[in-house]
Design a protein around this ligand. Sequence first.
Ligand SMILES: Nc1ncnc2c1ncn2[C@@H]1O[C@H](COP(=O)(O)OP(=O)(O)OP(=O)(O)O)[C@@H](O)[C@H]1O
Length: 187
Amino acid sequence: MDVVHLWKAYGDKLVLRDLSFSAPPGVTCIEAPSGGGKTTLLRIILGLEKADRGRVEGLEGARLAAVFQEDRLLLHAAAIENLTFVRAGAEEAAAELLEELGLPLSGQPVAEFSGGMRRRVALARALLAPSDALVLDEPFTGLDTQSRAACLACLRRRGEGKVVLLASHNPQDARELDARVVRLPAI
Ligand SMILES: Nc1ncnc2c1ncn2[C@@H]1O[C@H](COP(=O)(O)OP(=O)(O)OP(=O)(O)O)[C@@H](O)[C@H]1O
């Protein structure tokens, strides 16, 4: 995937200025401080926001799976139902993923889960959805050390061969995922 001369402003506020980079298969971490434009960039890549100028190449026809900054789960459904919602009939694969991420297989609605548990359900859902590329916006927020390690291992294994874009303000993410890093310049 290539980002080519991307510009984006909200009113007078310039957020992305002539941004270009390539993201080959593997993990690319997008690093910037809070407010630095990471979410804006990912939303443009997902087609949810329009750039003012420039383009994203190489994702034409690709299936994208995402973890948004908010979890966007079906709160009254169980974790496994949140997963099979994106891949019907995949109960076994969904259960395996939940287990890998230390999540319960019970019928408990995710509304009753902790914030970190919900974050892991959102990641599991993105990993289960049939996809060619993963777009992950701060997927590890609110996770303790052990859950974060489980997520990293799962992403490493299941993201293999895909373009994975991961917005982060934690430089440890890139180190632990052996990822390329794109640092958004301060504007
Ligand atoms: N819809 C919008 N309308 C106006 N301004 C916006 C809009 N979306 C984002 N912005 C502004 O654009 C800038 C970049 O926001 P963005 O959410 O992309 O940053 P970020 O790097 O993801 O931040 P964080 O790490 O805090 O999530 C911020 O100053 C934000 O206020």
